[in-house]
Design a binder for this molecule. Structure first.
Ligand code: ADP
Ligand code: MG
Length: 579
């Protein structure tokens, strides 16, 4: 794990070396100061040469100034190093999330994923900066101070070192526990992030069912779990810090007593005693940082572990190593014996054969839950067929890069998702570099121009999170405008007009028919009026395709389509005014 961690330093080698060098230098100076004070007391003082004394003080002041300069480098540039590494990891975490496929997201809660990219990585920068430096300097300071102490007075130095077993005990006993505790805490944060995210996203449902008390209770449970994990952390910290503190202070008293004894006996000079006490301070400094060992480092390590876990999650649909970018596609789509299920025990599609010619408009109908959306989601490889294969213009879609394949497929999804920005931004999502004129044209073709004209801010109207400020039909038209703008050779419309009123649907139908010209169009629809002119109608029933053909042909067969047609004609009759 350490090796993986240090790999992140590679781009910042110079920065690291400068920071590290300054930190080491500063540590050495810290070691030197007590010896200077010792010399001051033992050598200069007895001579009573004030000129020399002032000169020595000036020299000391210069060293302090130099050390202050080193501290600036270490504090600022060291943190630059840390935050750079943290930023890199955060970027990679986000990029990796985007690589993962629908199947991964199907099994995740958004809040957990948000925590992975935010909270989990919060201490990485600190650890990346202080970690190596602290460890190295701690060792250097401990050894250096010990050698100097031993030089000043060996028995006293040995007494001071008695603290080391205490420190080792605290580190070993509490460090690992704290790391596990932080891992648990990060999990808890993810859980209640998820809770908040879902509650806010679903606030309309929560309120509609007046389920606020229920939601509060669920939240309180999550919150209590987080509190419990935190309390555990504080218990561990309290124990570790106080044991450490007491150990240090007791040893200090031993040193004080011992030192006094040796001075009285004439074994130790006054300057030696003062210098020794200052050295003990230097010796203790890294040991007093045990707080970091039981807080910051475990946080960083826990976060890094969770980060590695995320990166280790392989996308279950990845470009094969020799995948090629798709050439401009005509849109001949073939399903050859395609089988698929979201889980192994529940197949949705079994051995589907389907041949769609370029430029054809094919409509898919069938009972809800039969697998229409699933069938078409295999074409852009949102999910991977488990058996058989799908080809476009003769290319197995697994041999094409996902990006180049999807760039040539326009989809208006069943659940339209809009971003929180403006109408313009949402249409332009179809093609990010589209010009104003192209956006307006796409809006017009999707019959969105009336709405845009009626809004004071026009295209720049902000539509709220997920487009809450728009009606269902307006959202669909926006999604259709995106598809117009993208202008792909293959178009998938998944109940794209289901939320439109009959009048608007009829209007849009005309422009969708126009959109369908010269490209392969796959339409899922419930209202047969919208698809009767399709080149072909495919009935998707349990596990695959039940019947297919033109409207008239299917009407002549005694199948699902005829029953559906009869039911819908009945609908029309039912809804017409009875006289
Ligand atoms: P249709 O579009 O014909 O209404 P779908 O293709 O959406 O039907 O769904 C087909 C079946 O697959 C349904 O039984 C549904 O419960 C299941 N299903 C759909 N999406 C998922 C998913 N992401 N994970 C697991 N099962 C799913
Ligand atoms: Mg569907």
């Amino acid at each position: 794990m350490l090796k993986d961690f240090f790999a992140y330093y590679r781009p910042y080698r110079t920065l690291f070396l400068v920071d590290f060098g300054c930190a080491v230098l500063s540590g050495l100076l810290e070691l030197g100061f007590p010896m200077a004070v010792k010399a001051f007391v033992d050598v200069l003082l007895p001579r009573q040469d004030f000129g020399m004394i002032i000169l020595a003080a000036l020299g000391l002041a210069l060293l302090y100034v130099a050390n202050a300069g080193l501290m600036v480098v270490v504090t600022y540039w060291g943190h630059v190093l840390g935050i750079n590494i943290e930023t890199t990891m955060r970027e990679r975490a986000f990029a990796h999330l985007q690589k993962l496929s629908f199947r991964f997201f199907d099994g995740q809660k958004t809040g957990h994923l948000v925590a992975r990219v935010t909270k989990d990585l919060e201490e990485i920068g600190e650890v990346a900066h202080h970690g190596p430096e602290d460890v190295f300097i701690a060792v250097m300071t401990l050894l250096g101070a010990f050698v100097l102490m031993a030089y000043v007075h060996a028995p006293l130095a040995l007494a001071t070192a008695a603290i080391l077993p205490v420190i080792a005990f605290v580190t070993i006993r509490y460090g690992g526990r704290m790391t596990r505790n932080w891992q648990a805490q990060y999990g808890r944060v993810g859980a209640f992030n998820a809770r908040i995210e879902e509650n806010v996203g679903g606030i309309r449902v929560v309120k509609a069912f007046a389920n606020e008390p229920h939601e509060r209770a669920l939240f309180a449970t999550d919150n209590a779990k987080y509190r419990a994990a935190k309390l555990e952390a504080y218990r561990l910290m309290a124990a570790a810090l106080s044991i450490n503190y007491l150990g240090l202070r007791l040893v200090q008293i031993v040193v004080l007593l011992g030192g006094a004894y040796f001075v009285v006996r004439g074994d130790l000079t006054a300057g030696g005693f003062v210098g020794f006490l200052l050295l003990v301070g230097v010796f203790y400094r890294p040991l007093e940082k045990i707080g970091a060992v039981v807080e910051t480092y475990p946080k960083g390590i826990a976060g890094f572990r969770r980060y590695r876990e995320l990166l280790a999650t392989e996308p279950d649909i990845a470009d094969s190593p020799n995948a090629i970018p798709a050439p401009p596609l005509k849109g001949d789509i073939r399903f050859e014996g395609v089988g698929f299920g979201y889980s192994a025990d529940r197949p949705v599609l079994r051995h589907v054969d389907l041949d769609i010619r370029a430029g054809e408009t094919v409509a898919f109908v069938g009972p809800s839950g039969a697998g229409k959306t699933t069938l078409l989601s295999l074409i852009p490889r949102f999910y991977e067929a488990q058996s058989g294969r799908i080809t476009i213009d003769g290319h197995d879609i697994r041999d094409l890069t996902q990006g180049s394949l999807r760039a040539q497929i326009g989809i208006v999804q069943q659940d339209v998702f809009l971003f929180a920005g403006t109408i313009r931004e949402n249409i332009a999502y179809g093609r990010l570099d589209a010009s104003e004129a192209e956006i307006l044209e796409a809006a017009a073709r999707a019959r969105l121009d009336g709405l845009v004209a009626s809004l004071p801010e026009g295209l720049d109207t902000v539509i709220g999170e997920r487009g809450v400020k728009l009606s269902g039909g307006q959202k669909q038209r926006l999604a259709i405008a995106r598809a117009f703008l993208k202008n792909p050779p293959i178009l998938i419309l998944d109940e794209a007009t289901s939320a439109l009123d009959t009048q608007t649907e009829r209007e849009i139908q005309a422009s969708l028919a126009e959109l369908a010209q010269g490209r392969t169009t796959l339409v899922i629809a419930h209202r047969l009026a919208t698809i009767r002119h399709a080149d072909r109608i495919v009935v998707v029933a349990e596990h695959g395709i039940a019947e297919q053909g033109r409207h008239e042909v299917l009407l002549g067969q005694d199948g699902y389509y005829r029953r559906l047609h009869a039911a819908q004609v009945g609908d029309v009759w039912e809804s017409s005014p009875r006289t």
